[in-house]
Design a protein around this ligand. Structure first.
Ligand code: G3P
Length: 502
């Protein structure tokens, strides 16, 4: 019987396929990394063809490992790294340029011009979109491709080019590609482009005009949980409905059952992303958070969220591995950090893409401060881990300032949450319990939930909530004065990173 749901998670460093049974238990997983391309300082690209090839591979590998066939699968849910921009030719299916990844900062000069245009500054479009003008979001990346790929602007004007974030690219290819692929996205992904109006939940003609982006390039905006098309992938997935699309952070919130106002989650991935559901109200931040769509079910009002986006957390561990070589494997960072009792006075601000929330300072640069002859690589590993917890404190303080309410606890998920040392330090530096659920694969789970809800595998949100189980609760143990002393030192380190302007 078709009561399994397949989730495809097209992330920043890898693509994964995970199949869940009707009890939301994982029965098969496959994962493949793709190349991170750094053509210049500040530029980050992916090859969309490699991403699609990996997607096909993980789907087949996952289903064969689980011993599952297309006829066992009720629906597919797609989740993805958000904001990353792909532009391709609708007739050939070939990308006209590599994907420009969300971390890429090449478009800052253009953003500065647009911010200066009528003196309105960085928050010029914040009322309409919930977002500051930042390289993070898709609009300036699409405009860069149209401006720099020879012939692209004319081809876009003729209607030959399509734009999509990775969800759109995957769904278009899954549903037939150049032979009739469906060109769609969902409201959560659309809300990250700087081109969608938060009230109408559709592309804004005014914003498209600001960036010179023809509307014909843009995918149709659908809800997060509805059948948008049928997979045409031969054999393994042929004929299965695609019934859920959510940006990965919104998917993680859905997978953590943060369905209603006041419910939140913090995901520890390449970066960290804290989402607080604000229900059907659009809440504007005065403290450096962004306003985004949390999810929308077909025929219902959208739920919104405040988000604290942090660009670099897990990717700092990769940097310690790949650029400094002080660890062999990412998971070794905890062991190395645990060989010392504290950071030895060192603080590490990983502002590799500038600083996102709550600072929004593209000109900030990484800073490692407080060094003495005493500091060794274990202290640096520890300072790197601690930077994740301190950055999370920055965004949680912003949430408290905006909502006027302290959080009772923090629900966490994502790869880095397996690190007990980090989770304990997180609880210590926040002064509230940190709660890790049994299933930390909440991103894939959220996409599966959205697809399974739309196709009757699950009946309602309460049924999904009943799947959630607490695994470990980390209680804060650090004395208040010590917590505040360390956080004060962190803020000093941040001020050094903000000062580092050419
Ligand atoms: O906004 C960027 C975010 O969606 C990336 O998530 O997990 O791929 O690093 P992740």
């Amino acid at each position: 019987m078709a009561d399994h749901v397949l989730a495809i998670d097209q992330g920043t460093t890898s693509t994964r396929a995970i199949v869940f049974d009707a009890t939301a238990t994982i029965v098969g997983v496959a994962q493949r990394e793709h190349e991170q391309i750094f053509p210049r300082a500040g530029w980050v690209e992916h090859d969309p063809v490699e991403i699609w090839t990996s997607t096909e591979w993980v789907i087949s590998a996952c289903l064969s490992r689980a011993g599952i066939e297309a006829s066992d699968i009720a629906a597919v849910g797609v989740t993805n790294q958000r904001e990353t921009a792909i532009v391709w030719d609708r007739r050939t299916g070939r990308p006209v340029h590599n994907a420009i990844v969300w971390q890429d900062t090449r478009t800052q000069p253009r953003l500065d011009e647009i911010a200066a245009a009528d003196g309105a500054g960085t928050f010029r479009f914040a009322e309409e979109t919930g977002l500051p003008l930042a390289t993070y979001f898709s609009a300036s990346k699409i405009a860069w491709i149209l401006d720099h790929v020879p012939g692209a602007r004319a081809a876009a004007a003729r209607g030959d080019l399509l734009f999509g974030t990775p969800d759109t690219w995957v769904v278009w290819n899954l549903t037939g590609g150049a032979r009739g692929g469906i060109h769609v996205t969902d409201v959560t992904n659309a809300s990250r482009t700087l081109l969608m109006d938060l009230v109408t939940l559709d592309w804004s003609d005014d914003l498209l005009e600001v960036w010179g982006i023809p509307r014909a390039m843009m995918p149709q905006v659908r809800s997060s949980s509805e059948v948008v098309g049928t997979s045409q992938l031969p054999d393994v997935l042929h004929g299965v409905p695609i019934a859920g699309i959510l940006g990965d952070q919104q998917a993680a919130a859905f997978g953590q059952a943060a369905f209603h106002a006041g419910e939140s989650k913090n995901t520890y991935g390449t970066g960290n992303f804290l989402l607080v559901n604000t229900g059907t109200d659009i809440v504007r931040s005065d403290s450096g958070l962004i306003t985004t769509v949390a999810y929308r079910r077909e025929g219902e009002a959208a739920h919104y969220a405040l988000e604290g986006s942090i660009a670099v957390t897990g990717s700092l561990v990769q940097w310690l591995r790949d650029n400094l070589g002080i660890i062999q494997r990412s998971e070794d960072v905890e062991t190395l950090a645990a060989t010392v009792d504290d950071n030895g006075g060192a603080y590490f601000v990983p502002a590799f893409s500038g600083l996102f929330a709550p600072y929004w300072r593209p000109d900030a640069r990484g800073a490692l401060v407080g060094l003495t002859r005493y500091v060794n690589k274990a202290h640096i590993a520890r300072a790197a881990l601690e930077s994740t917890a301190f950055q999370t404190r920055d965004v949680i303080d912003a949430v408290v300032a905006d909502t006027g309410r302290a959080l009772d606890e923090l629900r966490v998920d994502g790869g880095m949450t397996r690190d007990d040392l980090l989770m304990q330090f997180q609880a210590d530096i926040l002064g509230i319990p940190v709660v890790r659920p049994k299933v930390v694969e909440t991103t894939a789970l959220g996409a599966a939930y959205a697809a399974g809800l739309a196709t009757g595998v699950w009946g309602d949100l309460d049924e999904l909530r009943a799947h959630w189980r607490e695994d470990v609760r980390f209680e804060p143990r650090m004395p208040d004065d010590e917590r505040e002393r360390r956080y004060r030192m962190w803020r000093k380190a941040v001020s050094k990173s903000l000062d580092w302007v050419d």
